[in-house]
Design a binder for this molecule. Structure first.
Ligand SMILES: CC(C)(COP(=O)(O)OP(=O)(O)OC[C@H]1O[C@@H](n2cnc3c(N)ncnc32)[C@H](O)[C@@H]1OP(=O)(O)O)[C@@H](O)C(=O)NCCC(=O)NCCSC(=O)c1cc(O)c2ccccc2c1O
Length: 334
């Protein structure tokens, strides 16, 4: 947890309200909804604005994530995805570290929780979904059965897929180190802005005998080109935010103090656009890399649009009225 009262030195507490679940409080992450400052935002002070901020809150280990952190990221992103008046999501890392002042977006998987076949919940962590189920009251037999399945999580990949299928832009605000699985999370974000003073990028997967050979490598190659992606993974050398911008890994480098304001501005700008256009565009951008799953997401939205036509309503009504559909009003466009 950050030692700062405002969770992060780039976080303006006047602009956010905390979203917490009383039943299941967040431990490793923070989740906030943007609120109006009043005149500056054009609506009365305190009114919700259409942007949320989700942050990994483990700055003392450069915002590395363990299975509990991943559960929480999934919950927060899913909540933002399914909140109808949220247009954009900021993903970031809180900091600086109370231990040594270091900044991080995320250093990837917490290597202390890495077992022999995946990432493990620590002994004092109850997997999400089992909280409130009185784990102490479980029989030993049931507990060991659950534990076996929980022993080897790789579910940051589920978070990546959720990020891809969330029909709202996800903006990475990168205050510092971005390595390993944190680097891959940034790659999956739709937009990225980084701190000129503190951001450092390094794809360390191969240093620790790991490899995100999915989006982490494949999508990176689409973003920066094949040779550059191989360089980033094979050499695992740190690169600067300026290089990241020039190579197309991120969109913009800004002074550290402007990091979150820039991300907020982008989120609010997205919110001025047609929700339908943003949905269709995100899925269109994803489609070529996401195979039939990408086609399905785009096609689902096309079906939603089709349902809005009289022609589709005629199909439904004819079925419900036990009659043949009358397509005569609907031309065969070409
Ligand atoms: C990120 C660093 C380059 C920062 O270096 P710096 O010198 O600034 O800081 P320190 O090294 O001193 O770190 C401070 C403090 O934090 C601890 N720490 C940092 N990162 C982690 C981490 N990931 N896990 C655990 N602990 C971490 C560090 O030990 C220090 O603690 P002290 O107690 O000693 O003070 C540098 O820290 C660094 O290189 N970190 C490790 C990066 C790393 O190896 N990441 C994991 C890559 S693999 C991965 O992320 C991954 C996860 C998945 O779930 C996958 C799933 C499916 C496919 C692939 C996956 C995948 O690749």
């Amino acid at each position: 947890m950050s030692s700062l009262p405002g969770v992060s030195d780039t976080f303006d507490p006047q602009r956010w309200r905390e979203i917490q679940s009383e039943d299941d409080p967040l431990v490793d992450t923070t989740y906030h909804r943007l609120i109006s400052r009043g005149a500056a935002d054009g609506v009365p002070a305190g009114v919700d604005l259409p942007v949320v901020r989700i942050a990994i809150d483990r700055p003392e280990i450069r915002n590395g994530f363990d299975p509990r952190t991943v559960d929480e990221l999934y919950r927060c992103i899913d909540d933002a995805r399914s909140t109808p008046d949220v247009a954009a999501i900021i993903l970031t890392g809180n900091g600086p570290s109370p231990k040594d002042g270091g900044y991080a977006f995320s250093s990837g998987g917490d290597q202390r929780s890495r077992g022999t076949d995946g990432y493990q919940y620590l002994a004092d962590q109850t997997p999400y979904g089992e909280r409130g189920a009185d784990p102490a009251g479980m029989t030993e037999q049931r507990r060991s059965r659950i534990d076996r399945g929980r022993r080897a999580r790789m579910h940051i990949l589920e978070v990546q897929r959720l990020m891809r299928s969330t029909p709202k832009p996800i903006i990475a605000a990168i205050p510092g180190w971005t390595t390993g699985g944190g680097h891959s999370l940034m790659v999956v974000c739709d937009l990225a802005v980084a701190s000129a003073e503190h951001a450092v990028f390094k794809q360390v997967d191969a240093n620790v005998s790991s490899f995100d050979a999915g989006y982490g490598a494949g999508l990176l190659a689409r973003q920066v080109g094949d040779k550059r992606a191989r360089q980033i993974f094979f050499l695992a050398e740190p690169y600067t935010p300026q290089e990241a911008e020039a190579w197309g890994v991120i969109n913009k480098v800004v002074p550290h103090a402007e990091l979150e304001d820039t991300a907020i501005d982008w989120g609010l700008t997205v919110a001025t656009k047609s929700p339908q256009s943003i949905r269709m565009l995100k899925y269109a951008f994803n489609m070529i890399d996401d195979g039939i799953a990408g086609q399905q997401a785009f096609a689902g939205e096309a079906t939603r649009l089709a349902y809005m036509t009289e022609e589709a309503q005629e199909g439904r009504d004819a079925f419900l009225q036990h009659r043949a559909p009358d397509w005569s009003k609907y031309p065969y466009y070409f």
